[in-house]
Ligand binder design. Sequence first.
Ligand SMILES: N[C@@H](CCC(=O)N[C@@H](CS)C(=O)NCC(=O)O)C(=O)O
Length: 216
Amino acid sequence: MIFHGYFRSSAAWRCRIAFNLKELRPETVFVHLRRDGGEHKKAAYRALNPQGLVPALQLDDGTILTQSLAIIEWLEETHPTPPLLPSDPARRALVRGFAQAIACEIHPLQNPRIQGYLRNELGQPEEAVAAWLRRWLGEGLAACEALVERSGGGGRFCFDDTPGLADICLVPQVGSAERLGVDTSAMPRLRAIAAACAELPAFSDAAPAKQPDFEP
Ligand SMILES: N[C@@H](CCC(=O)N[C@@H](CS)C(=O)NCC(=O)O)C(=O)O
């Protein structure tokens, strides 16, 4: 299996954590999102993912999976141990809802192509782009804090005492919040969970700075 990713991509970061938790080491190909106008926009990569987004996962039978949540759900179904979702259906839905709040609502507004549109086509200055990023990230994470709180998640991780899909989605988004200077002081649960995750090699080894294609 071949994983196509980029060190800074939070969608790829989610998958890296999931691979590590499942103790899988896929061959990795790095797709540079900034070099030469973006390798993800070239025909060679679009043949893998017509959306022109990383990550993509090429399976041994040639099937190409796209979308980080679909990749992680495939991993969960094919390599069930350790589980990334709770066994109770309602709690599974809670975890999926949390994961989608990040992957479907917060993250898409942060994407390089969205930033490029704001800068280049709408002519917005850097301060306006930064304000956009912080606004949607801050508001989205505040809702995530409430979701964890409401779930009775007093454990070490979002919805359980073991890390799972919600934590996999949370950690890269908290990483973006730190990088972009979002004020997370009113999100003590999320900060504590991110700190607990950082103590686990599956999470710390997946961080952008640990990837071979990392650039400061
Ligand atoms: N929903 C997709 C998001 C994929 C995505 O947006 N990837 C970003 C990097 S995190 C990307 O390739 N962006 C390219 C661009 O915006 O030009 C997933 O979860 O896989």
